[in-house]
Design a protein around this ligand. Structure first.
Ligand code: SAM
Ligand code: SF4
Length: 343
């Protein structure tokens, strides 16, 4: 059946927010074990519990039919999922989708950057928590800085519209590197976002309350080195970050790249939330910081009418999107790890 996309009213939740952005975790597996994201010993889902690539495509199509115009592929590490490039090709050609983007740890990017760009991935977020090889190993448990740097270089040449580096800042671990990391990104024409660590999943490597760093203190430190453009300077001048979207970007004089802050712990941005998340096992998560979810796998699997049934289920789920998260670094109310959730 050919559903007219324009005939479908937008997805609007009970708080008046339009949901037009879907993040899909294509796998819970990863080639790293970052200390803030995973426990050292992780048990991953049996493969038959994962959505197949075809099922992911059907769910994505249903969302796009409901007005979702941006999809981010994430994980786990999206590049460890076999067939990821083919999936990107399929998704990027969905009628109504404006942007297919991806978040990756960069380890396998030097092999895949060109193929991903050709397959229609427009922008990449690449995680880079340190420029020091020993620290990268300490934070990611397995990672080699050299691999990530090769990946970043390959991505820089592959023709993506934009590249952003993501840094999770941990006090006493990498917070002394924010200026160096910002410079690394800006001289290459990349954006960079500094992210506050969220209490998702029980970890043993550190106490999350001891490693918290507020974005505002980082913004003030960065303002000593970089010249934020006047309309974007509130971090330094008025003790406030600028106010658009979950990631708050600031322009920097002399560079095309911007510095952003993602501040789930110190500055609740939920009133501007426009997204939902699909886990690798097909659960639709309505909020990163709440457990409200709907199982879409049981709707899509072995169902010849899946797309239509999914649309009904998704509309129903959106009526239960929570108003906000309530993160507290002193406790882990949300037991699922970030690799399950799809960051
Ligand atoms: N493996 C890919 C990567 O690392 O970019 C994609 C998945 S990862 C879960 C997505 C993003 O979530 C990364 O930028 C990562 O640093 C971030 N992240 C993971 N755990 C986090 C946590 N507890 N708090 C804040 N950000 C976290
Ligand atoms: Fe893997 Fe990304 Fe989690 Fe690190 S943050 S363990 S790279 S999924």
């Amino acid at each position: 059946m050919n559903h007219k996309l324009t005939a479908q009213p937008a997805l609007i939740d009970p708080f008046g927010r339009t949901v037009n952005y879907l993040r899909i975790s294509v796998t819970d597996r990863c080639n790293l074990r970052c200390v803030y994201c995973m426990a050292e010993d992780m048990t991953f889902l049996p493969r038959k519990q994962l959505l197949t690539l075809e099922e992911i495509e059907i769910v994505a199509k249903a969302f796009v039919g409901l007005g979702v115009n941006k999809i981010r592929l994430t994980g786990g590490e999206p590049m460890v999922r076999n067939g990821i490039v083919g999936l990107c090709k399929k998704l990027s050609s969905l009628n109504g989708l404006n942007e297919l983007v991806m978040t990756t740890n960069g380890v396998l990017l030097d092999q895949h950057a060109n193929d991903l760009a050709k397959a229609g991935v427009k922008r990449l977020n690449i995680s880079l928590d340190s420029l020091q090889a020993e620290r990268v190993k300490q934070i990611s448990r397995h990672g080699q800085l050299a691999d990530v740097l090769r990946g970043i270089e390959a991505a820089g040449k592959a023709g993506f519209e934009r590249i952003k580096l993501n840094v999770v800042v941990l006090a006493g671990v990498n917070d002394d590197e924010v200026n160096d990391l910002a410079e690394f990104a800006l001289v290459r024409g990349f954006d960079i976002s500094f992210i506050e660590e969220m209490p998702l999943g029980e970890i043993s490597s550190h106490k999350r309350k001891d490693t918290q760093v507020a974005s505002l203190s980082l913004a003030q430190r960065l303002a000593e080195k970089f010249d934020f453009e006047p309309e974007n300077e509130p971090a330094a001048k008025s003790n406030q970050l600028s106010n658009k979207g979950p990631s708050r970007y600031q322009k920097v004089s002399g560079y095309t790249g911007r510095i952003g802050f993602i501040s789930p712990m110190t500055d609740n941005f939920c009133s501007r939330c426009n997204r939902v998340r699909l886990t690798s096992e097909g659960k639709l998560l309505l909020c990163l910081g709440n457990e409200h979810s709907m199982n879409l796998r049981e709707i899509v699997r072995d169902n010849t009418n899946a797309e239509a049934d999914l649309r009904v289920a998704i509309r129903d789920a959106i009526t239960r999107k929570p108003e906000k998260h309530h993160f507290d670094a002193n406790k882990t109310d949300i037991v699922r790890f970030m690799n399950m959730t799809g960051g």
